[in-house]
Design a protein around this ligand. Sequence first.
Ligand SMILES: Cc1cc2nc3c(=O)[nH]c(=O)nc-3n(C[C@H](O)[C@H](O)[C@H](O)COP(=O)(O)OP(=O)(O)OC[C@H]3O[C@@H](n4cnc5c(N)ncnc54)[C@H](O)[C@@H]3O)c2cc1C
Length: 453
Amino acid sequence: MSYATRLDAALNRRQWMGWTAGGLAAALLPRTGRGAITGKKVVVVGAGMAGMTAAKYLRLWGGSGLQVTLVEPETLYTSNIMSNLVLNGSRSVGSLRYARDTLASKYGVQRVTGSVAALNAGARSVTLADGTSLAYDRLVLAPGVSFDEAYGLTQTDYDTRTPHAWRAGAQTTLLRNQLVAMRNGDTFVMSIPKAPYRCPPGPYERACVVADYLKKAKGSNCKVLVLDENPVIQAERHTFEQAFGQIHAGVIRYEAGVSGLRIDAASRQLSYLDAVLAPHTVQAQAVNPIPPHRAQGSAPGGWLARAGLNNSADGRWAVVDVLSYESTALPGSGIHVIGDAASCGLPKAGHVANQEAKICADAIVRLLQNGQPDPQPVANSACYSPITASTASWLTATYQYDPAERKMKPAIAGGKTLVNGVPATAIESATIDGDNFKNMGTWFRTLMSDTLG
Ligand SMILES: Cc1cc2nc3c(=O)[nH]c(=O)nc-3n(C[C@H](O)[C@H](O)[C@H](O)COP(=O)(O)OP(=O)(O)OC[C@H]3O[C@@H](n4cnc5c(N)ncnc54)[C@H](O)[C@@H]3O)c2cc1C
């Protein structure tokens, strides 16, 4: 994954905004000239970034003869993107909540409130927790992730004492309240699980936002200790080295290669081994462990696991064919997996989930018309990271299909090769500044509008 690729040359801001918008808009083009689809059913499970986009574009490209049913237990969608800004008080969780009404009223997606509890691949049906059964010709699974009970903590600890807040909602508010209660000289500790995890730059961004808030609101004696189980910073390395070493120097202490983390939720005391296995004990006032995560339903006995779809080597993710996002565990079954639950060589991110959903929707429409998936899919990824309450950095990458390895790969670096008119390289912003912060708002609104508007 190329998130850590450095910026070699400064980039014109207008070019960048054009590429980002282009990356979302390119997929708006109708894909096939084949006949209309009639009498076919697609069920989409999970109405997050991936599932909402897939449902919308299946109807846009598949037409009104394609019945699309979207299954989701939550009434409103709460965006994880931008949720780190709840921690410094510049946004509320309420401002990140989205109704999904347009998917039904404008695009004709049928919505079902409920949770999938079982799959019957042979009969091509899913069973919901209330016993309802839904039949499909094609099934799209976009259930996101669940979080392990790790470091001696339980799900109740995450909900009440040591929030991970890695799914935006009540835990985000709890963490915000814990920060507000801190005093000058207090210590905030956060941990980062081994990759792959959701939003590679997200934890480092959070460290910066929290450090900036504590300095300004509580005083410069506060400390932010970042315990990373990875050997190096996983994304925007250049940006975060600058942020940790200069902008937030003296407040953030970053430790890579940490292991053996144990946390006592009641006392907020924790212990760990550093990169050379030396033991440490820390007394914190707020603890924010981001636990290892996995595809929702992939834990032993879970609905995804019972269907045999968690076929990555570690059993945590659903491996897919990146031309169609069909599961490689059950080829020919008509079951597709997209978003953070999938293992496909792309980073786990909302912008990427939107892209995967479009490639998958396009492939399904083609397959239902007796065609074949696009043999040369291209995806792009964009991400902004707030570094303070008013400045941000950004990162973008383009991915293209490599037929030799049957994988999506970062497009060739160098800036000269074009993939569908997009510069073929991964690029990190040259500066951390207020313009980037403003553009972040535009990017976010555009992404959400493309996903569910
Ligand atoms: C703090 C933070 C900041 C982030 N910032 C960025 C960013 O700047 N840019 C970016 O691109 N990404 C960012 N991300 C990552 C992004 O939020 C995720 O990658 C994205 O939400 C993944 O989309 P998804 O559809 O796979 O999962 P989700 O958006 O989590 O949606 C999954 C949905 O499935 C539903 N579901 C689960 N199980 C079932 C079931 N059994 N039946 C029916 N429905 C079910 C859930 O209720 C949920 O609505 C950030 C994440 C965090 C935590």
